[in-house]
Design a protein around this ligand. Structure first.
Ligand code: AP5
Ligand code: MG
Ligand code: ZN
Length: 217
């Protein structure tokens, strides 16, 4: 399955990506995670990306597109993949179509996680991420047993720099202006499946897996 997840910041893309990728046996490719990894290891790419991420803006397309092109050329992506956070505007969606045309491997489906703005603000303000395994927690909605420590691996949890209220507001504007048009783009291409992303994490996972199962080969 070649799958793209779309939805506003805080919709639960990263949370669900982990379960969906595991269920269908495909690698999860998150552009946000790749950028954050480069920031924490201090690469040139990380230094460049950090300026945009801290402001809540998109990293320039030529940088992001080249990174995704390289990642999709890795052997583990040959049998399918889940993209989380890419594409994020129509130019990136055109680029992805071009890459997949060259590979002779069209997109199977685009899953839209549908949730309203009030809910995403609550989700982002309580988000904590594990430094070690990357698992995403929420202080109120999905808390680990011991505060600040990951149940899965014992790693330390941190709050993302771009989850400050001003930056969240700007990320939501950027989503509305640049990313939301992709929903119409993929609907017209006959690729879009939307699910209700409210409710408990496990319930959303169940909805996602049943919506996607017809596209698994
Ligand atoms: P990225 O990391 O992709 O951030 P985002 O799109 O803003 O999305 P988030 O990761 O904030 O939200 P999510 O949907 O993954 O939600 P999560 O599962 O964590 O991008 C960051 C930056 O990188 C961008 O701003 C940009 O600068 C750059 N970038 C990345 N890709 C790019 C691209 N293609 N082009 C250019 N620049 C790019 O869940 C949120 C919280 O809610 C968690 O605490 C979770 O526990 C909780 N939660 C999840 N589900 C539920 C539920 N059902 N009920 C209650 N709480 C829930
Ligand atoms: Mg995410
Ligand atoms: Zn962990």
């Amino acid at each position: 399955m070649r799958l793209v997840l779309v939805g506003p910041p805080g919709a639960g893309k990263g949370t669900q990506a982990e379960f969906i990728a595991e269920n269908f046996g495909i690698p999860k490719i998150s552009t946000g995670d790749i950028f954050r990894h480069n920031v924490s290891t201090g690469t040139d790419l990380g230094r460049l990306a950090k300026k945009y991420m801290d402001a809540g803006d998109l990293v320039p397309d030529e940088v992001t597109n080249a990174m995704v092109r390289d990642r999709l050329a890795q052997p583990d992506a040959k049998e399918g993949f889940l993209l989380d956070g890419f594409p994020r505007n129509v130019a990136q969606a055109d680029e992805l179509n071009g890459i997949l045309d060259e590979l002779g491997a069209p997109l199977s489906v685009v899953l839209d996680l549908d949730v309203d703005f009030d809910e995403v603000v609550k989700r982002l303000s309580g988000r904590r991420t594990c430094k070690q395994c990357g698992h995403v927690w929420h202080m109120e909605f999905d808390p680990p047993k011991a505060p600040g420590i990951c149940d899965k691996c014992g790693g330390e949890l941190f709050q993302r720099d771009d989850d400050k209220p001003e930056t969240v507001r700007h990320r939501l504007e950027v989503y509305h202006e640049q990313t939301e048009p992709l929903i119409g783009f993929y609907r017209e291409a006959g690729k879009l499946v939307a699910i209700d992303a409210f409710g408990a994490v496990e319930d959303v996972t169940e909805r996602a897996i049943s919506a996607l199962t017809p596209y698994a080969d």
